[in-house]
Design a protein. Structure first.
Length: 169
């Protein structure tokens, strides 16, 4: 079953604040690097030829890691998702729901595994940056909601905290 928009938002609400900060630091670095920080290489360090492959900046790699840490990469049938065609460039994603931004980021990063340069092309046409900025708007708009869903300290789940609160009443 495909996750609903609400499911996607709920999964991100529990992300640790420090993971969000890692992501936003990487996004700031990525945006400072414009134009898009990637290249295609066809030679190894020793000068020998190889199949072409994409090489991304450290900021791009850190953004990918941050997206994973904040639970914004979702499990869904991304190859069949219509949003890839509906959001052909960054402008189309500007007013998209955050769940669609997460789906787009998932599709881009998963497709990179099968086709080198997918992230680079999404950086070039602005889809990657627009999706991340959509995620940032959601993050800024949901500060109060996130504060209520922050994961419990190690060894103490939200459920056990809730039960503990009932016992103290």
């Amino acid at each position: 079953m495909e996750p609903s928009d609400s499911d996607i938002e709920q999964q991100m609400l529990g992300a640790q604040p420090e993971h969000w900060q890692l992501l936003w630091s990487a996004v700031d670095d990525l945006l400072d690097e414009q134009p898009s920080p990637w290249e295609t290489r066809m030679t190894n360090a020793d000068g020998s030829l190889c199949m072409p492959y994409a090489v991304y900046s450290d900021a791009v790699m850190r953004v990918q890691q941050g997206l994973f840490l904040v639970n914004s990469l979702v499990k869904f049938d991304w190859p069949k998702w219509e949003g890839v065609r509906n959001y052909q460039d960054g402008r189309a994603l500007a007013g998209a729901p955050v769940a669609d931004a997460c789906r787009m980021l998932t599709a881009i990063t998963r497709c990179e595994r099968h086709r080198d340069g997918t992230i680079g092309r999404a950086l070039d046409d602005g889809r990657f940056q627009a999706a991340v900025l959509c995620l940032r708007r959601w993050y800024d708009d949901t500060a109060d909601l996130r504060d209520r869903h922050v994961s419990a300290p190690s060894g103490r789940s939200r459920l056990s905290r809730w039960i503990g609160n009932l016992r103290t009443r």
